[in-house]
Design a protein around this ligand. Structure first.
Ligand code: THU
Length: 155
């Protein structure tokens, strides 16, 4: 399994990750979360140095809510189909709270992240804040060991 590293302060992360966290915080400003009041922002770093934001988008029909990570990933697939995703950062805060909330990508987003990584054949780093610390995974494999993927569907 690939590496997962914990940091007590954002300052201890590499500068690329820190900047991506900044982009994820910006993305969270566009969350539409009137039901959960949990505002999530995600930002992807692509191999050409560009960024793709995502934020959670909720619906009165609750099961239709979409997580920030998947909004960003599907936007990247639609807008930049030939680019490799190098890294994703995810942050969250509760409505009217400035400080970050602990958050962790849900199982559905982990499965989708895994699909993107397997599809592009290059690791996606994942940066998130949970358990009051920063976490950087070198690959989605660490978040979803023994995952179900396209290899299981081969003849
Ligand atoms: N949420 C995300 O955007 N990403 C996750 O990985 C976990 C949950 C959103 C979905 C919903 O709008 C709100 O957080 C509360 O679950």
């Amino acid at each position: 399994m690939k590496e997962m590293t914990f940091f007590s302060s954002l300052e201890d992360l590499d500068s690329e990750s820190k900047y991506l966290v900044h982009k994820a915080k910006e993305a969270a400003q566009h969350a539409y979360a009137p039901y959960s009041k949990f505002h999530v922002g995600a930002a992807l770093l692509l191999d050409d140095g560009s960024y793709v934001p995502g934020s959670n988008q909720e619906n009165a029909s609750y099961p239709l809510c979409m997580c920030a990570e998947r909004v960003a990933l599907y936007a990247a697939a639609a807008l930049h189909p030939d680019k490799v995703i190098k890294k994703i950062a995810v942050v969250a805060h509760k409505k009217n709270h400035k400080e970050l909330a602990n958050a962790s990508s849900c199982g559905a987003c982990r499965q989708v992240l895994r699909e993107f990584e397997v599809r592009q054949g290059e690791p996606i780093q994942v940066v998130m804040y949970d358990d009051n610390k920063w976490i950087r995974c070198e690959s989605t494999e660490a978040l979803l060991p023994l995952s179900f993927d396209r290899s299981h569907l081969k003849d």
